[in-house]
Ligand binder design. Structure first.
Ligand SMILES: Cc1cc2nc3c(=O)[nH]c(=O)nc-3n(C[C@H](O)[C@H](O)[C@H](O)COP(=O)(O)OP(=O)(O)OC[C@H]3O[C@@H](n4cnc5c(N)ncnc54)[C@H](O)[C@@H]3O)c2cc1C
Length: 408
C-alpha cells in the first residue's frame, strides 16, 4: 500500500519508519525544511515509561479555579472557544476511574515503546544521548510525597532528602527545603530532536520512503467519501491511506475532513544550558511542585516545564524563560551565562491525555496523534500500534483505549 504520513515530528517519523518496515511505500510530508521543526525539537528529553498519569485528575479539579488568574503558576489558562469544548471533556476525565483507565493504557503503550525503541536501535544504531539515567522526583511538600508514595513497588524507592542529595550531587537544594524523593532507576533520557534528525536521515536512505519537505498541507481530496489525496502548495499527493500526525495542527485538519478531534495546544518551554562550573547532572530530576524537569544531555542540561493553555503562539515567553533560568540556578546551581538556548513548543493534548490511534470517521484517513506530554516516550509504541492496526494484525498492546470513539 502507498501511505502518506502527514507531519514529520517524532510521531510522523516513527509512523513512517514502522509502516515502511511493515512493507508499505511511504511518502512523508511536512511544511518545514527538515524533521522535528515543532514540539519534537527541544522537549524535556524524558523517556518516562513509568510516569504516565494523565493531567486530568480529581486533584486537578480543585486547582482549576486558581489557574485562571495570572501569576507564576506552572499551568496557565486563557479561555477561548476551542478550549471550552475541550475543557468540558477534560472535566469529565477528572475521575479516579478515568485516571486508572488512562494510567493502565499508557503503561502498556509505554512498555511497548521501550521495547520497540530497543528493537529499532538493534537494527539501526542512532546516537541521541540515550541513557538509562534513572529518574528522581523531588517533592517539596510532605503531603505531595505521601500522595505519590508507591503502595508496593519493585521499580521505585522512596528517599529522604539526604539520600536524594547523596544520589544526585548536582542538586543544590538544602535538606530542609524539600520532603524527599522517589527514585526509579529504570527510566531513560535521550534527545528527541537528535533522534528525529537521525531517523529522518535513515528514512531518506530507504527506497520505500519519499520525503516531501517544504510542503504545506491543505485540505483532503475525497472520492466516494474516501480520502484519496491531499492538497498541498506543491500540488496534490495521492495515496491509498493517510496517517494524520500533524501534532497541534491535527485538529484543524480533522475539521477540514468534517470531524472533531479534541486536541488542544498546550505550550511548554525549555532551555538548554551548556555544562560548565556546576557538577554535571547524573540523573533526570523532576521538581514535582514546580513541574519542571531537568535532563542530562551529554555536555548540556535540558530544563523544561510549564503548561500554558493560551492558543497556537509558539514564541518563547521571556517570563517563562526567566522562571526556568531561576529554577536551574537554585535547584542545580546552573548559571545561564554559559549559553542558553530558549525554546517553546505546543504539546498536542487530548482531554484524557491518551493519544488517538486508530481509524478516523473519514475512510482513508488513519489517526496517530495527541500524545501530549508524552509524545517522545510513546512514539515508538504508537508507531508500532499504528502499523499493526493498519495491517489488521493483532495489536501489540490494547488498542481500544486509544480509539477516537471514546469521545462519543
Ligand atoms: C516543553 C515540552 C517538554 C516536553 N517534554 C517531554 C518529555 O520529556 N518526554 C516526552 O515523552 N514528551 C515530552 N513532550 C511532548 C512531546 O514533545 C510531544 O508530545 C511530541 O513532540 C509531539 O510530536 P508530534 O509529532 O505529534 O508533533 P510535532 O513535533 O509538533 O510535529 C508536527 C509536525 O506537523 C507539521 N505540520 C503541522 N501542520 C502542518 C501543515 N498544515 N502542513 C504541513 N506540515 C504541518 C509541523 O511542521 C511538525 O513538523 C514535551 C513537550 C514540550 C512542549
Amino acid at each position: 500500500m502507498k501511505i502518506g504520513v502527514l507531519g514529520a515530528g517524532v510521531i510522523g517519523l516513527t509512523s513512517a519508519w514502522w509502516l515502511a518496515e511493515a512493507g508499505h511505500d511511504v511518502v512523508l510530508i511536512d511544511r518545514a525544511g527538515g524533521p522535528a521543526a515543532e514540539a519534537s525539537r527541544a522537549n524535556g528529553a524524558q523517556l518516562s515509561y513509568r510516569y504516565v498519569a494523565p493531567m486530568a485528575s480529581p486533584k486537578m479539579l480543585g486547582q482549576l479555579p486558581g489557574l485562571l488568574f495570572p501569576g507564576e503558576n506552572a499551568i496557565k489558562v486563557s479561555l477561548d472557544r476551542d478550549l471550552i469544548g475541550w475543557g468540558l471533556r477534560f472535566l469529565k476525565a477528572c475521575t479516579g476511574a478515568e485516571v486508572a483507565r488512562t494510567t493502565a493504557a499508557q503503561l502498556a503503550l509505554a512498555e511497548l515503546s521501550r521495547m520497540e525503541l530497543e528493537r529499532l536501535l538493534g537494527k539501526v544504531p542512532l546516537d541521541f544521548g540515550l541513557r538509562t539515567a534513572g529518574k528522581l522526583v523531588v517533592f517539596r511538600k510532605p503531603s505531595d510525597l505521601e500522595a505519590a508514595r508507591p503502595e508496593e513497588s519493585d521499580v521505585s524507592d522512596v528517599l529522604t532528602p539526604q539520600q536524594c542529595l547523596a544520589l544526585e550531587p548536582a542538586l543544590t537544594l538544602r535538606p530542609d527545603e524539600f520532603a524527599g524523593g522517589i527514585y526509579t532507576a529504570s527510566e531513560q533520557v535521550g534527545d528527541c530532536g537528535a533522534f528525529c534528525d537521525q531517523l529522518f536521515a535513515r528514512l531518506g536512505q530507504s527506497n520505500r520512503v519519499e520525503l516531501r519537505m517544504k510542503t504545506a498541507i491543505g485540505r483532503p481530496v475525497t472520492k466516494n467519501q474516501r480520502m484519496i489525496g491531499i492538497e498541498t502548495d506543491q500540488g496534490i499527493i495521492e495515496a491509498d491511506l493517510f496517517v494524520l500526525s500533524l501534532g497541534s495542527g491535527a485538529r484543524a485538519f480533522a475539521r477540514s475532513c468534517g470531524f472533531n478531534l479534541p486536541i488542544y495546544p498546550v505550550k511548554g518551554h525549555s532551555i538548554t544550558i551548556a555544562d560548565g562550573g556546576a557538577p554535571a547532572l547524573m540523573h533526570s530530576v523532576t521538581d514535582y511542585s514546580r513541574k519542571i524537569v531537568y535532563a542530562p544531555l551529554g555536555g548540556a542540561t535540558r530544563v523544561a516545564g510549564f503548561a500554558d493553555f493560551q492558543g497556537y503562539d509558539t514564541t518563547p515567553s521571556a517570563a517563562r524563560i526567566a522562571q526556568l533560568k531561576n529554577a536551574a540556578a537554585d535547584t542545580l546551581g546552573l548559571q545561564a551565562s554559559n549559553g542558553v538556548e530558549p525554546w517553546a513548543g505546543l504539546r498536542p493534548m487530548t482531554p484524557d491525555s491518551r493519544p488517538v490511534i486508530g481509524p478516523s470517521p473519514l475512510a482513508g484517513l488513519f489517526l496517530n496523534t495527541g500524545q501530549g506530554m508524552l509524545g517522545w516516550t510513546l512514539a515508538c509504541g504508537s508507531a508500532r500500534l499504528t502499523a499493526d492496526l493498519v495491517d489488521g494484525a493483532t495489536p501489540s498492546c490494547p488498542a481500544e483505549p486509544f480509539a477516537l470513539a471514546r469521545f462519543g
